[in-house]
Design a protein around this ligand. Sequence first.
Ligand SMILES: CC(C)(COP(=O)(O)OP(=O)(O)OC[C@H]1O[C@@H](n2cnc3c(N)ncnc32)[C@H](O)[C@@H]1OP(=O)(O)O)[C@@H](O)C(=O)NCCC(=O)NCCS
Length: 164
Amino acid sequence: MSIDIRPITPDDVPAIASLARTTWLNAYANILSPEQIDYMLAQRYDHARLRTEAGDPQKWLRQACLDGILAGFAACEIHKGEFKLDKLYIHPDMQRKGIGAALVNHVATLARERGFSAMILAVNKQNEQGIHAYTQYGFRVRDKTVTDIGNGFVMDDYIMEKTL
Ligand SMILES: CC(C)(COP(=O)(O)OP(=O)(O)OC[C@H]1O[C@@H](n2cnc3c(N)ncnc32)[C@H](O)[C@@H]1OP(=O)(O)O)[C@@H](O)C(=O)NCCC(=O)NCCS
């Protein structure tokens, strides 16, 4: 089993957006309403927006392939001066094979190389699978936040932090 991690290019965007939809529908079915999932996917995985992000030197988008097949992706950015893991999604059929761990290790190295001593993320308070995985990766809950994302929807999250 070989996990290969490389940057997401503009050409990869349709496959990444499709993987995001599959993973979100699976992961958030019991956490978010179908309307909120559609709203957030449209906001965050708009192809033009993703293509711009893929070319932004202040964002790091990475895809992981398992034996040559796209299995997951991560996206990081600087948020208010902190290095933030903004997205981490592994296809439901490929979860628990260490791909999330490999992506977190990869982006932790990117952060360290840029002088950051910690990495943060936001995770839905009800996302037990995500919180469990992040705890395994060395993240700890630092804070809680409720963010109004428009259209009557909110994100009810923990902020977690991992020392690098
Ligand atoms: C959470 C996620 C990124 C972890 O990536 P992964 O490649 O599946 O996980 P790994 O193989 O690196 O395993 C890390 C830990 O995750 C946990 N985990 C992963 N999948 C799990 C599942 N289906 N059920 C319960 N725990 C799970 C386990 O604790 C595992 O460690 P352990 O087996 O030693 O206990 C991935 O499962 C995923 O994409 N989930 C759905 C989307 C999501 O919640 N993303 C995070 C959004 S903020």
